[in-house]
Design a binder for this molecule. Structure first.
Ligand code: SAH
Length: 345
Protein backbone atom coordinates (compact mmCIF):
# COMPACT_ATOMS: atom_id res chain seq x y z
CA UNK A 1 0.00 0.00 0.00
CA UNK A 2 1.52 3.31 -1.04
CA UNK A 3 2.39 5.37 1.98
CA UNK A 4 1.87 8.70 0.27
CA UNK A 5 -1.27 8.38 -1.75
CA UNK A 6 -2.22 11.63 -3.49
CA UNK A 7 -5.92 12.29 -4.02
CA UNK A 8 -5.24 13.66 -7.47
CA UNK A 9 -3.31 10.63 -8.66
CA UNK A 10 -5.27 7.85 -7.03
CA UNK A 11 -6.16 5.23 -9.66
CA UNK A 12 -9.74 5.10 -8.40
CA UNK A 13 -10.37 8.55 -9.75
CA UNK A 14 -9.25 7.43 -13.19
CA UNK A 15 -11.77 4.66 -13.43
CA UNK A 16 -9.53 1.73 -12.61
CA UNK A 17 -11.00 0.75 -9.30
CA UNK A 18 -10.32 -2.73 -8.13
CA UNK A 19 -13.74 -4.29 -7.90
CA UNK A 20 -12.79 -7.62 -6.44
CA UNK A 21 -11.94 -7.65 -2.75
CA UNK A 22 -8.46 -6.22 -2.29
CA UNK A 23 -5.89 -8.15 -0.27
CA UNK A 24 -5.73 -8.06 3.51
CA UNK A 25 -3.96 -5.02 4.95
CA UNK A 26 -0.23 -5.26 4.47
CA UNK A 27 0.36 -2.89 7.36
CA UNK A 28 1.77 -4.50 10.45
CA UNK A 29 0.06 -3.79 13.73
CA UNK A 30 1.87 -3.45 17.04
CA UNK A 31 0.49 -5.85 19.58
CA UNK A 32 -0.92 -4.61 22.84
CA UNK A 33 -2.18 -6.46 25.83
CA UNK A 34 -4.90 -5.73 28.33
CA UNK A 35 -4.16 -3.55 31.29
CA UNK A 36 -6.96 -1.89 33.19
CA UNK A 37 -6.67 1.74 34.21
CA UNK A 38 -5.99 2.14 37.88
CA UNK A 39 -6.14 5.90 37.93
CA UNK A 40 -7.63 8.70 35.83
CA UNK A 41 -4.85 11.14 36.60
CA UNK A 42 -3.27 10.85 33.17
CA UNK A 43 -5.83 10.86 30.42
CA UNK A 44 -3.48 9.35 27.92
CA UNK A 45 -2.56 6.51 30.21
CA UNK A 46 -6.19 5.92 31.06
CA UNK A 47 -7.43 5.88 27.49
CA UNK A 48 -4.40 4.12 26.13
CA UNK A 49 -4.77 1.45 28.74
CA UNK A 50 -8.23 0.81 27.37
CA UNK A 51 -6.82 -1.84 25.10
CA UNK A 52 -8.43 -5.02 24.02
CA UNK A 53 -8.07 -8.33 25.74
CA UNK A 54 -6.91 -9.43 22.31
CA UNK A 55 -3.68 -8.33 20.67
CA UNK A 56 -4.27 -5.52 18.19
CA UNK A 57 -3.51 -7.85 15.29
CA UNK A 58 -6.01 -10.44 16.47
CA UNK A 59 -8.58 -7.72 17.11
CA UNK A 60 -8.18 -6.28 13.62
CA UNK A 61 -8.34 -9.68 11.97
CA UNK A 62 -11.51 -10.34 13.94
CA UNK A 63 -13.00 -7.01 12.81
CA UNK A 64 -12.16 -7.77 9.17
CA UNK A 65 -13.67 -11.26 9.38
CA UNK A 66 -16.76 -10.02 11.23
CA UNK A 67 -17.53 -7.44 8.53
CA UNK A 68 -16.51 -9.75 5.68
CA UNK A 69 -19.09 -12.19 6.97
CA UNK A 70 -21.92 -9.89 8.07
CA UNK A 71 -21.94 -7.00 5.56
CA UNK A 72 -23.93 -8.89 2.89
CA UNK A 73 -26.83 -9.72 5.19
CA UNK A 74 -26.85 -6.20 6.61
CA UNK A 75 -26.98 -4.71 3.11
CA UNK A 76 -29.75 -7.13 2.10
CA UNK A 77 -31.96 -6.11 4.97
CA UNK A 78 -30.86 -2.59 5.89
CA UNK A 79 -29.09 -1.20 2.83
CA UNK A 80 -25.69 0.45 2.54
CA UNK A 81 -25.61 2.49 5.76
CA UNK A 82 -24.23 0.39 8.62
CA UNK A 83 -25.02 2.77 11.44
CA UNK A 84 -27.79 3.86 13.79
CA UNK A 85 -30.72 5.95 12.64
CA UNK A 86 -31.53 9.34 14.20
CA UNK A 87 -35.04 9.77 15.61
CA UNK A 88 -36.76 12.63 17.39
CA UNK A 89 -37.32 11.46 20.98
CA UNK A 90 -40.89 10.29 21.47
CA UNK A 91 -41.66 10.29 17.74
CA UNK A 92 -43.84 7.58 16.26
CA UNK A 93 -41.51 5.10 14.59
CA UNK A 94 -43.15 3.22 11.78
CA UNK A 95 -41.57 0.15 10.22
CA UNK A 96 -40.53 1.87 7.04
CA UNK A 97 -38.78 4.81 8.66
CA UNK A 98 -35.44 3.31 9.46
CA UNK A 99 -33.46 3.91 6.29
CA UNK A 100 -34.66 7.51 6.31
CA UNK A 101 -33.51 7.72 9.93
CA UNK A 102 -30.02 6.60 8.87
CA UNK A 103 -29.87 9.40 6.32
CA UNK A 104 -31.12 11.75 9.05
CA UNK A 105 -28.16 10.61 11.18
CA UNK A 106 -25.78 11.75 8.43
CA UNK A 107 -27.62 15.06 7.96
CA UNK A 108 -27.88 15.78 11.70
CA UNK A 109 -24.16 15.06 12.11
CA UNK A 110 -23.29 17.54 9.36
CA UNK A 111 -25.64 20.09 10.89
CA UNK A 112 -24.19 19.58 14.38
CA UNK A 113 -20.70 20.22 13.02
CA UNK A 114 -21.84 23.30 11.09
CA UNK A 115 -20.75 22.05 7.68
CA UNK A 116 -21.44 24.71 5.09
CA UNK A 117 -23.92 24.10 2.26
CA UNK A 118 -22.47 27.04 0.36
CA UNK A 119 -20.78 25.72 -2.83
CA UNK A 120 -17.68 27.85 -2.16
CA UNK A 121 -17.16 26.52 1.36
CA UNK A 122 -18.57 23.03 1.37
CA UNK A 123 -16.13 20.10 1.67
CA UNK A 124 -14.37 19.11 -1.54
CA UNK A 125 -12.15 16.35 -0.21
CA UNK A 126 -13.50 13.89 2.33
CA UNK A 127 -12.10 10.83 4.08
CA UNK A 128 -14.49 8.20 5.45
CA UNK A 129 -12.60 6.45 8.23
CA UNK A 130 -14.11 3.00 8.80
CA UNK A 131 -16.30 3.28 5.70
CA UNK A 132 -18.29 0.03 5.76
CA UNK A 133 -19.64 -0.49 2.25
CA UNK A 134 -19.44 3.23 1.60
CA UNK A 135 -22.98 4.48 2.28
CA UNK A 136 -21.75 7.74 3.84
CA UNK A 137 -19.07 8.31 1.20
CA UNK A 138 -21.42 8.03 -1.73
CA UNK A 139 -24.03 10.18 0.01
CA UNK A 140 -21.50 12.90 0.88
CA UNK A 141 -19.84 12.78 -2.55
CA UNK A 142 -23.23 13.34 -4.21
CA UNK A 143 -24.39 15.97 -1.76
CA UNK A 144 -21.27 18.10 -2.01
CA UNK A 145 -19.90 17.08 -5.42
CA UNK A 146 -16.84 16.09 -3.39
CA UNK A 147 -14.14 13.48 -3.80
CA UNK A 148 -14.20 10.91 -1.06
CA UNK A 149 -11.81 8.17 -0.02
CA UNK A 150 -12.92 5.44 2.35
CA UNK A 151 -10.90 2.96 4.38
CA UNK A 152 -12.02 -0.24 6.06
CA UNK A 153 -10.32 -3.32 7.45
CA UNK A 154 -12.68 -5.61 5.53
CA UNK A 155 -11.65 -6.59 1.99
CA UNK A 156 -15.22 -7.67 1.24
CA UNK A 157 -16.52 -4.23 2.25
CA UNK A 158 -13.92 -2.37 0.19
CA UNK A 159 -14.73 -4.49 -2.86
CA UNK A 160 -18.48 -4.03 -2.45
CA UNK A 161 -18.13 -0.29 -1.79
CA UNK A 162 -16.15 0.15 -5.03
CA UNK A 163 -18.63 -2.00 -6.97
CA UNK A 164 -21.56 0.11 -5.75
CA UNK A 165 -19.69 3.32 -6.60
CA UNK A 166 -19.04 2.02 -10.10
CA UNK A 167 -22.62 0.90 -10.58
CA UNK A 168 -23.86 4.31 -9.45
CA UNK A 169 -21.52 6.24 -11.76
CA UNK A 170 -19.43 7.56 -8.89
CA UNK A 171 -16.12 5.84 -9.65
CA UNK A 172 -14.47 9.16 -10.47
CA UNK A 173 -15.53 10.62 -7.14
CA UNK A 174 -15.27 7.90 -4.51
CA UNK A 175 -12.80 5.15 -3.87
CA UNK A 176 -12.32 2.55 -1.14
CA UNK A 177 -9.41 0.52 0.06
CA UNK A 178 -8.31 -1.72 2.89
CA UNK A 179 -6.26 0.34 5.32
CA UNK A 180 -5.85 0.92 9.04
CA UNK A 181 -7.35 4.05 10.57
CA UNK A 182 -4.44 4.11 13.01
CA UNK A 183 -1.93 4.31 10.12
CA UNK A 184 -3.83 5.99 7.34
CA UNK A 185 -2.32 5.81 3.85
CA UNK A 186 -2.70 9.55 3.28
CA UNK A 187 -0.32 12.49 3.51
CA UNK A 188 -0.87 15.17 6.15
CA UNK A 189 -3.38 18.02 5.74
CA UNK A 190 -5.54 16.47 3.00
CA UNK A 191 -9.21 16.50 3.83
CA UNK A 192 -11.79 19.27 4.39
CA UNK A 193 -13.99 16.75 6.16
CA UNK A 194 -12.75 13.80 8.21
CA UNK A 195 -15.72 11.54 8.84
CA UNK A 196 -15.82 8.63 11.26
CA UNK A 197 -19.32 7.17 11.56
CA UNK A 198 -19.42 4.41 14.18
CA UNK A 199 -15.88 3.16 13.70
CA UNK A 200 -14.16 4.77 16.71
CA UNK A 201 -15.45 2.10 19.07
CA UNK A 202 -13.29 -0.45 17.22
CA UNK A 203 -10.05 1.50 17.76
CA UNK A 204 -7.74 -0.03 20.36
CA UNK A 205 -5.62 3.11 20.75
CA UNK A 206 -7.85 6.19 21.00
CA UNK A 207 -5.02 8.77 21.23
CA UNK A 208 -3.48 7.38 18.06
CA UNK A 209 -6.86 7.27 16.34
CA UNK A 210 -7.56 10.92 17.18
CA UNK A 211 -4.02 11.94 16.19
CA UNK A 212 -4.46 10.32 12.78
CA UNK A 213 -7.83 12.04 12.24
CA UNK A 214 -6.18 15.37 13.03
CA UNK A 215 -3.09 14.64 10.92
CA UNK A 216 -5.03 13.97 7.71
CA UNK A 217 -7.45 16.90 8.19
CA UNK A 218 -6.67 19.97 6.11
CA UNK A 219 -6.01 23.19 8.04
CA UNK A 220 -9.47 24.61 8.73
CA UNK A 221 -11.01 21.18 8.05
CA UNK A 222 -13.72 19.63 10.18
CA UNK A 223 -13.56 16.31 12.02
CA UNK A 224 -16.77 14.46 12.91
CA UNK A 225 -16.69 11.38 15.12
CA UNK A 226 -19.97 9.60 15.83
CA UNK A 227 -19.31 6.73 18.18
CA UNK A 228 -20.30 4.49 21.06
CA UNK A 229 -18.88 5.64 24.38
CA UNK A 230 -19.32 4.60 27.97
CA UNK A 231 -20.84 7.14 30.35
CA UNK A 232 -18.61 9.86 31.74
CA UNK A 233 -17.14 8.91 35.10
CA UNK A 234 -18.08 10.94 38.17
CA UNK A 235 -15.44 13.06 39.94
CA UNK A 236 -14.83 10.42 42.58
CA UNK A 237 -14.92 7.44 40.22
CA UNK A 238 -11.84 5.77 38.82
CA UNK A 239 -13.64 3.23 36.67
CA UNK A 240 -17.06 1.90 35.75
CA UNK A 241 -18.91 -0.32 38.19
CA UNK A 242 -18.04 -4.04 37.82
CA UNK A 243 -21.53 -4.86 36.49
CA UNK A 244 -21.20 -2.11 33.89
CA UNK A 245 -17.80 -3.35 32.79
CA UNK A 246 -19.17 -6.88 32.58
CA UNK A 247 -21.99 -5.76 30.30
CA UNK A 248 -19.58 -3.90 28.02
CA UNK A 249 -17.17 -6.85 27.95
CA UNK A 250 -19.90 -9.11 26.59
CA UNK A 251 -20.65 -6.58 23.84
CA UNK A 252 -16.92 -6.15 23.11
CA UNK A 253 -16.51 -9.85 22.74
CA UNK A 254 -19.29 -10.19 20.15
CA UNK A 255 -18.52 -7.04 18.13
CA UNK A 256 -14.72 -7.06 18.21
CA UNK A 257 -14.39 -3.93 20.30
CA UNK A 258 -11.51 -3.02 22.59
CA UNK A 259 -12.36 -1.28 25.86
CA UNK A 260 -14.41 1.87 25.57
CA UNK A 261 -13.75 5.45 26.56
CA UNK A 262 -16.14 8.26 27.48
CA UNK A 263 -17.23 11.26 25.45
CA UNK A 264 -15.21 13.57 27.67
CA UNK A 265 -12.12 11.43 27.01
CA UNK A 266 -12.54 12.22 23.31
CA UNK A 267 -13.01 15.90 24.06
CA UNK A 268 -9.82 15.93 26.14
CA UNK A 269 -7.90 14.19 23.36
CA UNK A 270 -8.98 16.81 20.82
CA UNK A 271 -8.21 19.59 23.32
CA UNK A 272 -4.74 18.17 23.88
CA UNK A 273 -4.10 18.60 20.13
CA UNK A 274 -5.36 22.21 20.18
CA UNK A 275 -8.38 21.60 17.99
CA UNK A 276 -10.95 24.41 17.84
CA UNK A 277 -14.71 24.66 18.22
CA UNK A 278 -14.89 21.29 19.97
CA UNK A 279 -18.51 20.26 20.49
CA UNK A 280 -19.88 17.06 21.96
CA UNK A 281 -23.44 15.79 21.96
CA UNK A 282 -25.27 12.92 23.61
CA UNK A 283 -27.67 11.38 21.10
CA UNK A 284 -28.53 8.31 23.15
CA UNK A 285 -32.21 9.20 23.21
CA UNK A 286 -32.21 9.87 19.49
CA UNK A 287 -31.10 6.34 18.65
CA UNK A 288 -33.35 4.47 21.09
CA UNK A 289 -35.70 2.97 18.44
CA UNK A 290 -32.83 1.55 16.40
CA UNK A 291 -31.90 -1.74 18.10
CA UNK A 292 -35.50 -2.82 18.68
CA UNK A 293 -36.00 -2.34 14.92
CA UNK A 294 -32.88 -4.38 14.09
CA UNK A 295 -34.08 -7.16 16.39
CA UNK A 296 -37.50 -7.11 14.73
CA UNK A 297 -35.88 -7.38 11.30
CA UNK A 298 -33.79 -10.35 12.49
CA UNK A 299 -36.97 -12.08 13.60
CA UNK A 300 -38.63 -11.89 10.18
CA UNK A 301 -38.41 -15.00 8.01
CA UNK A 302 -35.92 -13.31 5.66
CA UNK A 303 -33.84 -11.99 8.54
CA UNK A 304 -33.82 -15.26 10.41
CA UNK A 305 -32.88 -17.46 7.43
CA UNK A 306 -30.20 -15.01 6.25
CA UNK A 307 -28.77 -14.96 9.75
CA UNK A 308 -28.60 -18.73 9.92
CA UNK A 309 -26.76 -18.79 6.58
CA UNK A 310 -24.39 -15.95 7.43
CA UNK A 311 -22.01 -17.55 9.91
CA UNK A 312 -21.14 -17.83 13.57
CA UNK A 313 -19.67 -14.36 14.05
CA UNK A 314 -22.84 -12.72 12.73
CA UNK A 315 -25.07 -14.94 14.85
CA UNK A 316 -22.98 -14.14 17.92
CA UNK A 317 -23.38 -10.43 17.10
CA UNK A 318 -27.14 -10.82 16.79
CA UNK A 319 -27.38 -12.53 20.15
CA UNK A 320 -25.97 -9.56 22.04
CA UNK A 321 -28.26 -6.98 20.43
CA UNK A 322 -30.50 -6.89 23.53
CA UNK A 323 -27.42 -5.93 25.58
CA UNK A 324 -27.04 -2.76 23.53
CA UNK A 325 -30.60 -1.82 24.48
CA UNK A 326 -29.86 -2.63 28.12
CA UNK A 327 -26.65 -0.58 28.03
CA UNK A 328 -28.43 2.46 26.61
CA UNK A 329 -31.38 2.13 28.99
CA UNK A 330 -29.19 1.79 32.06
CA UNK A 331 -27.08 4.77 31.05
CA UNK A 332 -23.84 2.81 30.65
CA UNK A 333 -23.63 3.27 26.87
CA UNK A 334 -23.79 6.71 25.32
CA UNK A 335 -24.26 7.41 21.66
CA UNK A 336 -21.94 10.36 21.16
CA UNK A 337 -21.01 12.88 18.51
CA UNK A 338 -17.84 14.92 18.76
CA UNK A 339 -17.04 17.58 16.17
CA UNK A 340 -14.15 20.03 15.94
CA UNK A 341 -12.03 22.05 13.55
CA UNK A 342 -8.33 21.93 12.83
CA UNK A 343 -6.85 25.42 13.13
CA UNK A 344 -6.35 27.14 9.79
CA UNK A 345 -2.72 27.89 8.99
N1 SAH B 1 -19.08 3.99 8.75
C1 SAH B 1 -19.75 2.88 8.11
C2 SAH B 1 -19.45 1.52 8.75
C3 SAH B 1 -19.58 1.39 10.25
S1 SAH B 1 -19.16 -0.26 10.76
C4 SAH B 1 -21.21 3.15 8.03
O1 SAH B 1 -21.67 3.99 8.80
O2 SAH B 1 -21.90 2.55 7.21
C5 SAH B 1 -17.48 -0.05 11.36
C6 SAH B 1 -16.44 0.09 10.26
O3 SAH B 1 -15.20 0.44 10.87
C7 SAH B 1 -16.16 -1.17 9.43
O4 SAH B 1 -16.10 -0.81 8.08
C8 SAH B 1 -14.77 -1.60 9.90
O5 SAH B 1 -13.99 -2.28 8.94
C9 SAH B 1 -14.17 -0.25 10.21
N2 SAH B 1 -12.97 -0.30 11.06
C10 SAH B 1 -12.87 -0.77 12.32
N3 SAH B 1 -11.59 -0.64 12.76
C11 SAH B 1 -10.89 -0.07 11.74
C12 SAH B 1 -9.53 0.31 11.57
N4 SAH B 1 -8.62 0.14 12.53
N5 SAH B 1 -9.17 0.85 10.40
C13 SAH B 1 -10.08 1.04 9.39
N6 SAH B 1 -11.37 0.69 9.50
C14 SAH B 1 -11.78 0.15 10.66
Amino acid sequence: MAAALQLQTHPCFHGTCQLSPPPRPSVSFPSSSRSFPSSRRSLSAHVKAAASSLSTTTLQEGIAEFYDESSGIWEDIWGDHMHHGYYEPGSDVSGSDHRAAQIRMVEESLRFAGISEDPANRPKRIVDVGCGIGGSSRYLARKYGAKCQGITLSPVQAGRANALANAQGLADQVCFEVADALNQPFPDDQFDLVWSMESGEHMPDKPKFVKELVRVAAPGGTIIVVTWCHRDLGPSEESLQPWEQKLLNRICDAYYLPEWCSTSDYVKLFQSLSLQDIKAGDWTENVAPFWPAVIRSALTWKGFTSLLRSGLKTIKGALVMPLMIEGFQKGVIKFAIIACRKPAE
